[in-house]
Write a protein that binds this ligand. Structure first.
Ligand code: GTP
Ligand code: MG
Length: 337
């Protein structure tokens, strides 16, 4: 990356920012160089993931949050990443922008970027992480990451956030609620949006009950269950974080102030408990592991003679070989490792 582009980025030049994001998104050589050059300037931004069912009001909330943040005295700079995992049939990431008010687009302290890189090398989480790094280095204080709470890829996306907001709506049947148990575990803050609709109070109580059940089941405070390979676990604090359940009406900007306060309280909690550092280490550890895995796969693939994979696959299809022994064979056959 040219020093000029880097300097412009740090001066707040939006064109430079757009260019670097595109380079990163297309995974060009320039993109990797940009990430490399920017990395030392990252690590400051508060990354906030907003997830929930399609249509729950995530974009409306992000929109209202950004407005509210910009009205604050110190007016933090806000970056918005809309991760849209929807299939190419529906047009992907553009959907994420549909409720955004035009005045947010005019605000020089706000930058909105959509992303629909389902098939991206390294996956959605890696691409989101890369975007976050660019925004972080460019001096954005808060990065709001919107993603549909659908599958593992989306959970991976929110896992890279410091604070995760799970958005629910009133009147969802109990059958659906039970499926949500998994997503509840990743929540630092729960929001019942569309509180103008009937049943909001009931949803709040339901979620609170679910949370309490979750807490009594696990005696440890770290509800972000660390992986076995991760030696450092989130620290048990004298004052464990209990996810608040808040009500909002995003389209009327109601409850947004309280949501912001909860976000800030969670950030303070992370810093004071030392968990901010722990999360940071975990995220960086994952980034290294992802890079290693990708690198190994690339080397293996490049070292394979043309057609060998197809041939082996055919043998497996014909049940002449098991997938495991095919993998073993293909690993050994590659000159790249
Ligand atoms: N009544 C009511 N409608 C709302 C509220 N918040 C959002 N909506 C509406 O709900 C619809 C979906 O809102 P979005 O903000 O696009 O929801 P989303 O979760 O981002 O949707 P996807 O990105 O498509 O998953 C829109 O028509 C909004 O106007 C609310 O608090 N009350
Ligand atoms: Mg949306």
């Amino acid at each position: 990356m040219s020093t000029e582009l880097l300097e412009n980025l740090k001066k707040g030049d939006r064109l430079a920012l757009s260019r670097i994001l595109s380079q990163v998104e297309s995974q060009s050589e320039a993109g990797s160089q940009a990430l490399e050059a920017l990395f030392p300037f990252t690590g400051k931004a508060h990354k906030v993931g907003i997830t929930g069912a399609p249509g729950a009001g995530k974009s409306s909330l992000v929109n209202a949050l950004a407005h509210q943040l910009r009205r604050q005295q110190d007016a933090p700079r806000v970056a918005i990443i809309a991760v849209d995992p929807t299939s190419p049939f529906t047009g992907g990431a553009l959907l994420g922008d549909r409720v955004r008010m035009p005045d947010l687009q005019q605000d020089p302290g706000v930058f909105i970027r959509s992303m629909a890189t389902r098939g991206a090398l390294g996956g959605l989480a890696a691409a989101t992480e890369a975007f976050s790094q660019v925004f972080d280095a460019a001096g954005y204080d808060i990065i709001l990451i919107e993603t549909v709470g659908a599958g593992q890829a989306e959970v991976d996306v929110v896992n890279l956030a410091h604070t995760t907001i799970v958005v629910d709506t009133p009147g969802t049947g109990d059958d659906i609620q039970s499926i949500k148990a998994g997503i509840l575990e990743i929540a630092d803050i729960l929001v019942v949006n569309k509180a103008d609709r009937p049943g909001a109070e009931q949803s709040v109580r339901y979620l609170q009950a679910m949370l309490e059940m979750g807490y009594s089941r696990s005696s440890t405070a770290g509800h972000h269950a660390p992986e076995a390979s991760i030696t450092e676990t989130l620290r048990e604090s004298t004052r464990p974080w209990v996810p608040p359940v808040l009500k909002t009406i995003a389209i009327e900007s109601q409850g947004i102030e309280e949501l912001l306060e909860a976000m800030q309280a969670h950030r303070c909690y992370l810093i004071e408990s030392g968990n901010w550092q722990v999360k940071e280490r975990q995220a960086l550890q994952k980034a290294i592991q992802r890079a290693i895995a990708q690198n190994l796969i690339n080397r293996w693939q490049e070292g394979l003679s043309p057609g060998l994979f197809e041939e082996t696959l055919q043998a497996v299809v014909e049940r002449k070989m098991s997938p495991e022994s095919a993998a073993q064979y293909l690993l050994e056959a590659s000159q790249g490792l």
